[in-house]
Design a protein around this ligand. Structure first.
Ligand code: AMP
Length: 570
């Protein structure tokens, strides 16, 4: 397909904010996409492979600017000036390409396949001359691009497509295009997406208009699957109403989620962000080999830190660095040991377990595992119909430094990636929020060269709304206790800067951090209407996907309970 056709579709999609209109535009477009062009569905999400694949485009603004400069013959300084003025490199590319096309003739016609082909070469490049090779691959595309194509190429490169298309928009467009009259298509396509995690695979099956084939998609060991998410329980009583009696009650471990895949000798560990972290946890691989039976399986678990001497559990913060640490693994492994708590099973010896009720799945977990405390165990659990027992277990979990308890419906299926009401969390008033950094300020004095004050945003529907700025809890120098430094944060954030104005930068929502705060206040200064007083940085949450950060609703609920408390005691 011509890239122009895709670019025109992007343009139409960004011209409306209405979801239904977007679905119509996309459905009409998908009907025109042939089997051989199926991979362009990745491009619709700004990707070149399925979401879980670690090969990302990964081009910094600086590199994209250099390529644009080469392609249009405009010097980089001028491009940066324009960018600061317009705030969107895509629009800058459009403007420059327009001027260019008056002087030179386009020599090549771009196809979506050519775009994918060149973009896919980028993450594979390594070693000497990488930067130049990258620039020339991008320049080749930009030189052939018309002005409308150049906007979306540029935005794709820097990972800021701005067309407002989410996975669910694509899902409904697929249904509209290929299964307009099938009543249960929504459920079937959603399940297929949950299991496959690959939008092109779904599209290829849907094109054939065979719902049955989508229904038959199966889990694959080694291919990451999204974890099931929890909702909040208002009280134990409400949990019993929602989940039925009896229900399962487990510790809510304060660690990070690990999805464990095993096929014969091959073991892979994924975070809930679908990132492969096997190399970081060699000891966990050994525990699985030694203490869990079965040819092949996919397990859901939480890894939690503990102190070797006191055997006390430590919180997430203490072990967060293990997720990113790629050197001296043995040292950190010794200093920051983890215990893996297995709480679910999704696949076992060739068969999906997703449709089995939780009580069967948890029995299977307990059958195949030999518990080895402080290495790997089945999660602590009781099954009860008694509120008092739940309360006692909840207190015990808190006394053991855990976050609270998870309450589970014994009859429920496992729904990957979805926040369904089958699993509820019960925890005390929230002390931390997981927020995303959406802006920052360049520092001065001792902090010059680093980003120093970070704008924090929560999620509200599709938007990210600011609720405060954080600068404390981050250190200027590397410290013994491995506190995060301004330098590390700057390095993480820099590739995601999408606009700069004076000292202030706008940053694509990518980097998630945990913060504590003293108080939540109503605030007219922020569009969110709330502000955190004295937020303090706690940890990087590299394991958490954007979809799971704290929502404005969560924060408003905390504000509400804060008020009640002050009314009670004030
Ligand atoms: P939250 O992150 O507060 O929405 O809580 C859900 C998270 O709790 C899950 O994603 C898991 O990482 C974690 N968790 C800890 N213990 C359990 C458990 N026993 N069952 C399910 N999830 C658990």
């Amino acid at each position: 397909m011509l890239y122009k056709t895709l670019a025109e579709t992007y343009e139409k999609l960004s011209s409306t904010t209405k979801r239904l209109e977007k679905i119509d535009i996309l459905a009409e477009f998908l009907e025109k996409v042939s089997e051989k062009d199926g991979e362009l569905l990745y491009l619709l999400q700004g990707e070149i492979y399925p979401e879980y694949d670690e090969r990302k485009i990964g081009i910094s603004n600086q590199l994209a600017i250099k390529a644009l400069s080469k392609a249009t013959g405009t010097n980089s300084k001028k491009i940066i000036q324009e960018w600061k003025k317009i705030g969107d490199l895509g629009e800058v590319a459009r403007k420059l390409t327009k001027t260019k096309s008056q002087t030179t003739l386009q020599t090549h016609i771009l196809t979506t396949q050519k775009v994918i082909e060149n973009l896919r070469k980028l993450p594979d490049l390594e070693g000497k001359g990488t930067v130049d090779k990258k620039i020339s691959l991008i320049t080749e595309l930009l030189t052939s691009a018309s002005s409308i194509e150049s906007i979306y190429l540029m935005r794709t490169l820097i990972g800021d497509l701005r067309i407002g298309v989410q996975e669910s928009t694509i899902k409904y467009a697929i249904i509209k295009a290929f299964f307009p009259n099938e009543e249960n298509a929504d459920e079937i396509v959603q399940r297929a997406i949950d299991k496959s995690n690959d939008i092109t695979e779904i599209f290829q099956l849907a094109r054939k208009k065979k719902l049955k084939e989508l229904e038959n998609i199966s889990l694959e060991v080694g291919k990451p699957i999204k974890a099931m998410l929890a909702q909040k329980a208002a009280s134990i009583e409400q949990a019993f109403e929602a989940l039925g009696k009896p229900m399962a009650v487990e510790y809510k471990y304060d660690g990070f989620r690990l999805l464990i895949h095993k096929n014969k000798d091959k073991i892979i560990l994924f975070t809930r962000r679908l990132e492969n972290v096997t190399k970081q946890f060699p000891e966990v691989v050994d525990y699985i080999k030694e203490y869990i039976g079965g040819e092949s399986f996919i397990l859901d678990s939480e890894a939690v830190g503990f102190d070797r001497k006191t055997k006390q559990y430590t919180g997430f913060q203490a072990i967060s660095q293990r997720i990113r640490r790629k050197y001296d693994i043995e040292k950190v492994q010794d200093k920051l040991p983890v215990e893996v708590n297995i709480f679910d099973i999704l696949y076992y010896n060739g068969k999906s377990q997703l449709d089995k009720p939780f009580e069967e799945r948890t029995q299977l977990v307990r059958k195949i595992i030999t518990n080895h405390p402080y290495k790997i165990i089945a999660s602590k659990m009781i099954i009860t119909s008694d509120e008092k027992e739940v309360n006692k277990f909840y207190k015990e979990a808190l006394a053991n430094n855990q976050e609270g308890v998870m309450l589970k419906n014994l009859k429920a299926e496992y729904k990957p990636g979805r926040r369904v009401g089958n699993m509820l969390k019960l925890k005390p008033e929230q002390r931390d929020f997981d927020l995303v950094i959406t802006g920052a300020e360049w520092g001065s004095g001792k902090r010059s060269g680093w980003l120093s004050s970070f704008n924090l945003s929560c999620k509200s529907g599709k938007e990210f709304l600011e609720i405060g700025k954080v600068g404390t809890g981050i250190s200027e120098k590397e410290t013994e206790d491995n506190k995060i430094t301004f330098q590390t944060l700057t390095e993480l954030l820099k590739p995601h800067i999408i606009a700069e104005k004076g000292k202030e930068v706008t940053i694509k929502p990518k980097v998630i951090v945990s913060v504590t705060y003293q108080e939540i206040q109503k605030s007219p200064n922020y569009k969110s209407g709330v502000a955190l007083r004295f937020p303090r940085f706690v940890a990087l949450r590299e394991d958490k996907p954007l979809a799971e950060i704290t929502t404005l609703e969560d924060i408003e609920a905390e504000l509400g309970s804060q008020r009640k408390e002050s009314w009670k005691y004030g």
